[in-house]
Ligand binder design. Structure first.
Ligand SMILES: [Cu+2]
Length: 162
């Protein structure tokens, strides 16, 4: 029960931070990122780790928009990744050309699928931390978001460097 309350509070914070609210006239953003979070786990307990960031990204424009990358003071390298099956194993790799969000549609970034990869982290990321990222879009204005760090199960993918 307590856990649920915490989660609800975190979600409310995310909504506020990403500029999304029920009053659609109130925000001019073309792109929305909802329910965003960053995975906190043993690899993020110290600087130099890597982890994924996830969200539902909605394109409110009339044309396709591509998430080509992101930046954050929490990581020296940030990429957009996909997960593919290689010889029966799930591996992640940079998503060539970025992640396309078709006009009017929502694309979900989630463990085991498309995600934003934070690499060579500059500080520990612990559950409850707030992580600020700027999403770099091709076709729309960049969007700065603040997402909570949450511990959660990952997909089973491994990093594929090539
Ligand atoms: Cu990745």
């Amino acid at each position: 029960m307590k856990k649920f309350a915490l989660f609800a509070a975190a979600s409310a914070l995310v909504l506020a931070a990403s500029g999304c609210s029920a009053a659609t006239e109130a925000h001019p953003e073309e792109m929305h990122a909802d329910n965003g979070w960053v995975r906190a786990y043993e690899m993020t307990a110290m600087p130099g780790g890597m982890t994924g960031a996830f969200a539902e990204i909605t394109n409110h424009t009339n044309a396709d928009v591509t998430l080509v990358g992101a930046s954050s003071s929490i990581a020296n390298m940030v990429e957009v990744h996909e997960v593919v099956s290689v010889d029966g194993e799930m591996k992640m790799r940079p998503k060539e050309g970025g992640i396309v969000i078709p006009a009017g549609e929502t694309v979900t970034l989630e463990p085991g699928g498309l995600h934003i990869m934070l690499m060579d982290t500059t500080a520990a990321i612990l559950e409850g931390d707030e992580i600020t990222l700027t999403l770099d879009f091709d076709g729309a204005e960049d969007l700065t978001v603040t997402w909570p760090a949450k511990s959660a199960a990952a997909g089973d993918e491994e990093y594929q460097s090539k």
